[in-house]
Design a protein around this ligand. Sequence first.
Ligand code: GRF
Length: 219
Amino acid sequence: MAKKRVGVLISGRGSNMAALIEAAKDKNYPAEIALVLSNRPDAGGLKTAQAEGIATGVVDHGKFGKDREAFELALQAELEKHKIEIVCLAGFMRLLTPWLVSRWPERMLNIHPALLPAFKGLDTHARALEAGVKTHGATVHFVTPELDAGPIVAQGAVAVQNGDTTDTLAARVIKIEHKLYPLALKLVAEGRVRVADGRCLIDGVPVPDAAQLVPTHLN
Ligand code: GRF
């Protein structure tokens, strides 16, 4: 089957983008990273993508002022020009309007650094620590017009340790993100994810019986 052409949208360092690029090097991976687009000309991830020989583009939101429609038209035009079939938001720090989101039904993914629906929005690690949760993590979901609320494709969990700071927790979560996003994209690119009643059903993947306990046991 032909590999799906993926466009990755970034705003910053692009470590999730890099994880997707790495995974897509496998000849059996069902997707290729065909384009990396940034809304910021100085996004570090652009250089990483260029070094990998991937087409990059910048649609600088600053140049469009308050005209979100024109910004999104420009994004969409780039995606179409490169014949993109699936869009991955990877640290893309612009809110998208329903117009753009509705161009990509079940074909636009986002990675969020929390176990949704907990901790939507920003500063997820600080809020998780503040709430005292024992398990935290990351979620890949389809993008819908409502922020961080689309159907969940996959989640990865980490234990919260005594003494964790936002930095130590973020470091543990980002490692999970780098495994989770390639996995979720693979499932979507293979057409194994169906959405029914706002939930993703995934065909043909083993789901472990054992849940993770935090803490695990008494000594
Ligand atoms: C990640 O934590 C991701 O979950 C969030 O933004 C961060 C982007 O990091 N949406 P990077 O640019 O992929 O390194």
